[in-house]
Design a protein around this ligand. Sequence first.
Ligand SMILES: *[C@@H]1O[C@H](CO)[C@@H](O)[C@H](O)[C@H]1NC(C)=O
Ligand SMILES: *[C@@H]1O[C@H](CO)[C@@H](O)[C@H](O)[C@H]1NC(C)=O
Ligand SMILES: *[C@@H]1O[C@H](CO)[C@@H](O)[C@H](O)[C@H]1NC(C)=O
Ligand SMILES: *[C@@H]1O[C@H](CO)[C@@H](O)[C@H](O)[C@H]1NC(C)=O
Ligand SMILES: *[C@@H]1O[C@H](CO)[C@@H](O)[C@H](O)[C@H]1NC(C)=O
Ligand SMILES: *[C@@H]1O[C@H](CO)[C@@H](O)[C@H](O)[C@H]1NC(C)=O
Ligand SMILES: *[C@@H]1O[C@H](CO)[C@@H](O)[C@H](O)[C@H]1NC(C)=O
Ligand SMILES: *[C@@H]1O[C@H](CO)[C@@H](O)[C@H](O)[C@H]1NC(C)=O
Length: 532
Amino acid sequence: MNSFLARKAFLAWLITTVTAKTIQIPNTTPQNAGIPLDSFMSYSIELSSFPDFAGNLSHPNAFSYNLLRNIASLSSTPPIIRVGGNTQDYAIFNHSLEIGLFGVYNSSKSNDYPTTISIGPAFFESYHTWPGMKFTHGFNLGRDSPAARKALLESVPYACKSLSGSSLVAWELGNEPNDYAGVVRPESYDEVEYVNEWLYWSRAIRAQVDKACPESASDSNFKFYAPSYGLPDAGLDVVKTFEDDVDSDKVISHIAIHNYIDGADSPGVTLQGTLMNHLSNRASINVHIDAKRKLAALAHTQNPNLPYILSEHNSLYSEGRPGLSNTFGAALWGLDFNLLAAANNISRVHMHQGTDYRYQSWQPIATAKATKGTKAPYYGNIAVAAFIGNLSNYQKPRIVELPLSDGESSAYAAYEGGRLVRIMVINLMEYNATDYNSQYINHYQRPVETYSFQLPAGCSGEAKIQRLMANGSDAITGCTWDGFSYNFELDNGLPVRLGNVTRGERMKVDDGGKLSIGVPRSSAVIISLDDE
Ligand SMILES: *[C@@H]1O[C@H](CO)[C@@H](O)[C@H](O)[C@H]1NC(C)=O
Ligand SMILES: *[C@@H]1O[C@H](CO)[C@@H](O)[C@H](O)[C@H]1NC(C)=O
Ligand SMILES: *[C@@H]1O[C@H](CO)[C@@H](O)[C@H](O)[C@H]1NC(C)=O
Ligand SMILES: *[C@@H]1O[C@H](CO)[C@@H](O)[C@H](O)[C@H]1NC(C)=O
Ligand SMILES: *[C@@H]1O[C@H](CO)[C@@H](O)[C@H](O)[C@H]1NC(C)=O
Ligand SMILES: *[C@@H]1O[C@H](CO)[C@@H](O)[C@H](O)[C@H]1NC(C)=O
Ligand SMILES: *[C@@H]1O[C@H](CO)[C@@H](O)[C@H](O)[C@H]1NC(C)=O
Ligand SMILES: *[C@@H]1O[C@H](CO)[C@@H](O)[C@H](O)[C@H]1NC(C)=O
């Protein structure tokens, strides 16, 4: 047997082993099912890139707005845009600056974003270009010169006047202060110093809000995402931070932590081993489950029992790696990671974006480095929103992971009103099919894995099938959700039905309540049972 045939025989064996398992679906909502917050599928935008993503009042970015509204209509709640990140702590307000943002790059610090930044009053215009969307604005805590502190307070009236009423979800103060020690603070910087500093400046901000926008300074309106650590316990520990009473003013509304699976330049990082890998996602989520459990065990006075969210996350830190973070495989990674978060009450996810970033869901403008367009990861975001479903419904969707997950695939169930409404199956096995990756193209037919489910008693009739598809895990274009493309060049990010992709599949549930579905490698499917 030549090696090609041997491989084929091996694959056939793999396919039959998967077929053998039948996954039992609980009859009613399992007690431990996760409850996502509204706007579960949200975004974080690098502060220095926000004018590119949003535009300004004379030149609003309609393409970005269309992509955000697609997510909003699938979940019936708008994505929340967290404006912040590394550049939040570089940006110094200058009230005389006529343009929104002026940034200077220093290649020994970063090629991806400016590290010397001024923002002017016009920066805040960008909060008005996407009606109906909601925001968090990140204030600078990192720069602590007297001039920077004065500029922080001067920016507050502009910020609070731009973000009043329902468009403001929370403020933020400082980005990843767990990394300040030895960089912008002395080596000895610890939780106690952070808490003192955070309380001092959050109170100073409140005093300015109270002068300029009194209604936004009330107990119910003045809220923060905090502490914005890079991880729960790297450098500073979130549990110790709450023990030290960072929330003594009761102004924190969400415990907000960041996450990346690994680094763009870390050795040994691969698509299959690092991203398209449920076990790696689970290890990453476990760090947060552990922190959440410890926070919940704190004394009542220190534990506000707040929702725990990821206020910034994506695949590989340092803005992602080409060939990994920008592929359809990364879309499947994000789909699995975000649903695993939802199933574990990590109750909102803000996927980080920046102009020219390799892991971005879309490039908002044309630059010398990247073409304006919808990128593969966006299709994963759409599938997340479609699966989680209607978050403004009084019967909140609840999400559980199904016991299938072996690293190579995963499955989730969504319940509404105690009833199973949707199943998601994600196949995470690589299949290469794209020209730029010609050396690695798989010259065998794309294997189709079969998954069988025993549905709850009473499920019968037909199920609706919707697929997340591309030619392979290495595809960076040609992705579709349920037969639709959201590409820029078709209709500026609005959904466009493609004639060459299957849509409208239906499947009969058999008399015993069993359903089997074929899922091509490197693709995902939603099976909806609530459809007439
Ligand atoms: C999620 O939160 C709900 C409501 O508090 C709870 O019943 C459920 O057990 C939690 N599940 C997990 C996995 O934390
Ligand atoms: C603020 O911006 C104005 C107008 O561009 C400029 O003249 C001034 O030097 C800036 N101030 C600082 C402190 O950078
Ligand atoms: C608004 O955006 C346009 C296009 O990017 C730019 O030319 C203009 O300078 C911006 N206006 C301000 C006030 O920044
Ligand atoms: C760029 O950053 C390096 C490292 O922090 C610094 O030594 C250098 O002075 C900076 N260059 C400029 C032009 O600011
Ligand atoms: C979501 O639920 C709300 C409240 O029940 C309803 O008004 C809205 O039409 C639903 N949205 C969709 C897209 O079905
Ligand atoms: C797919 O291509 C990548 C390189 O882009 C390679 O590392 C990987 O092993 C290939 N996967 C398969 C299943 O051939
Ligand atoms: C996907 O595969 C089809 C059929 O081989 C091919 O015609 C099409 O150009 C491919 N699309 C992309 C984006 O590679
Ligand atoms: C389907 O059509 C689109 C637009 O014409 C094209 O870009 C894409 O490659 C086609 N996909 C396949 C799988 O043939």
